[in-house]
Design a protein around this ligand. Structure first.
Ligand code: AVI
Length: 312
């Protein structure tokens, strides 16, 4: 199998403006650091979405207007911590549904399945490991209506064009009447956003530097981690949080597996992540452009985050 990680790292580090793709943050260690981020009080998206699903599960389910058994297909289920509230509501109200969590990590799916079987023994769960689209292909043949979940604000990590493509792909794998519940982080006081991504504890910095550690390990590179710093800023006009690694000196890094060396200037940047924030009217436009109609926006009490319900 071709090593896309190696290819993507090479492409990013040899580009005129160096970059690394944020999807590569999530090796086992990176996923653990991301859990730490989600536990930080300043990282508001997790608490906001947890509040929405804890307080408004009833309203969300009513808005689906599914009269028969249905499927809940979760894309990138991870540890399923947030979804638990929704599932708990459904199980305790004896609603007839099947839960199909999908994740690329076998480890994440195993942990999730074990926890759910313990906590909600009557839940009908059909975990799947692999690529969303391969698995979603079956959705169009299903006799049951489906609710797709794409939670956590992951859509914000895609460039707008890529996000549109992804949503169009979701749309194509859905039947008329299927719904999508998508977590979207909203524009808000810039200081709140700034604090969430430039934390004082250095956890987000560690999250970013872990990518260099991963490259050292998997591509036999010699990044000196102390020679890089982390910088992130929010632009309220565009809604973009952009994160970077900063080379603290002029240096050359060798990537043995790629047979190549990369030069860094003093203060040269590697762009590592986009976390885009949307305004509510942009969400309506986005849905329309990708073949959906917005049914409702379920927001937390501070209006920091929305779980937006779209229908095909
Ligand atoms: C996974 N994703 C939605 C997170 C975000 O907020 O963009 C990743 C993250 N990066 C830094 N902090 C959290």
């Amino acid at each position: 199998m071709k090593n896309t990680f190696a290819q993507d790292v090479l492409k990013g580090l040899t580009a005129e403006n160096k970059y690394l793709e944020s999807k590569y943050f999530y090796d086992n260690n990176g996923s653990r650091i991301f859990q730490e981020i989600m536990n930080m009080p300043d990282y508001y998206p997790t608490n906001a979405e947890f509040e929405i699903l804890s307080m408004q599960s009833k309203q969300i389910i009513e808005a689906l207007e599914f009269s028969r058994p249905f499927n809940i297909i979760e894309l990138g289920a991870g540890d399923g911590f947030k979804t638990f509230k929704l599932l708990e509501y459904l199980v305790s109200n004896n609603v007839d549904f099947h839960y199909i969590p999908i994740d690329i990590s076998q480890e994440a799916i195993d942990i999730l399945t074990k926890r759910l079987k313990e906590k909600l023994p009557s839940l009908k769960i059909h975990p799947q490991v692999g690529d969303y689209f391969e698995i979603l292909k079956n959705n169009r043949e299903s006799d049951y209506p489906s609710l797709l979940l794409f939670l956590g604000g992951n859509i914000g990590n895609y460039l707008e064009d890529k996000a549109r493509e992804l949503l169009q792909l979701f749309n194509r794998s859905m039947k008329v009447g299927d719904k999508l519940l998508i977590g979207i982080d909203l524009k808000k006081n810039p200081l709140v956003i700034h604090k969430a991504y430039s934390d004082d504890h250095g956890i987000t910095k560690r999250f970013n530097l872990n990518l260099l550690i991963r490259i050292n390990r998997e591509l036999e590179a010699d990044f000196k981690i102390d020679d890089f710093d982390f910088y992130s800023y929010y632009n309220p006009s565009t809604g973009n949080v952009k994160s970077y690694l900063v080379s603290l000196r002029r240096q050359t890094v060798t990537l043995k597996k790629l047979n190549t060396s990369i030069n860094f200037e003093h203060n040269e940047l590697i762009w590592t992540e986009l976390s885009k924030k949307y305004a509510v009217d942009e969400i309506f436009t986005f849905a329309k452009e990708t073949g959906f109609v917005v049914n409702s926006n379920f927001m937390d009490c501070k209006h920091y985050f929305t779980d937006s319900l779209w229908e095909k």
